[in-house]
Design a protein around this ligand. Structure first.
Ligand SMILES: Nc1ncnc2c1ncn2[C@@H]1O[C@H](COP(=O)(O)OP(=O)(O)OP(=O)(O)O)[C@@H](O)[C@H]1O
Ligand SMILES: [Mg+2]
Length: 173
């Protein structure tokens, strides 16, 4: 299945601080792509960079590349409107969710898992989630970030079974 979002070697500064040093990330239509990282060193910045709220200094971000092809002979403004419309209106929309389980009691977390699982049927999702139980239940694919760089990505099942990866980058298992 083709990507609806691709980040290649993305680097981002916040004022003089070099926060993202090389993020590679993909999201596919109809899937939940989870961004994982042990320390607070760039997950939210990655989401902000995808949205254009924080500008990447290096690298490429491709959102809905198929749409770009289709909209090839439209003006920049119209193409952007088309992209926005497609992002928010029809069923190929993309949701970015930042740590939905943070600070919640476990019974409420179960509800969050249930709700996101329902949303999965209608939309593609990029999920930042530190709680590995939540991430592993909802996620289809994962990207592990360490020190501002993507160190590994793949199918969630691979990470669930990847004891060494979990120990090294998430401090669990
Ligand atoms: N406006 C800012 N000015 C200076 N430094 C910032 C700013 N915003 C974020 N940072 C720094 O950038 C780094 C990454 O922050 P970010 O919020 O992306 O991390 P995170 O992985 O989402 O963390 P958390 O797990 O706490 O949500 C942190 O070291 C943070 O202190
Ligand atoms: Mg954050």
């Amino acid at each position: 299945m083709s990507n609806i979002l691709t980040l290649e070697r993305v680097e981002t500064f916040i004022s003089q601080y070099h926060i993202l040093l090389g993020i590679n990330f993909e999201a596919k239509a109809g899937e939940v792509s989870v961004l994982l990282e042990r320390d607070g060193a760039g997950k939210t910045t990655t989401l902000r960079t995808i949205m254009g709220l924080t500008l990447a200094s290096i690298g490429t971000i491709q959102l809905f590349p198929d749409l770009k092809k289709q909209g090839g002979n439209l003006s920049g403004g119209k193409m952007q409107m088309l992209a926005m419309a497609r992002a928010f209106v029809n069923d190929s929309k993309l949701l970015l969710i930042d740590e939905p389980s943070k600070g919640l009691a476990s019974i409420v977390i179960e509800k969050v898992i249930e709700d996101i699982t329902k949303m999965k049927k209608h939309t593609s999702i990029v999920l930042v989630e530190q709680n590995f139980m939540v991430a592993s239940k909802i996620g289809d694919i994962f990207t592990l970030i360490d020190d501002g760089r993507t160190v590994q990505s793949g199918k969630m099942q691979g990470l669930i079974e990847g004891e060494q990866l979990k120990r090294k980058y998430l401090g669990i298992g």
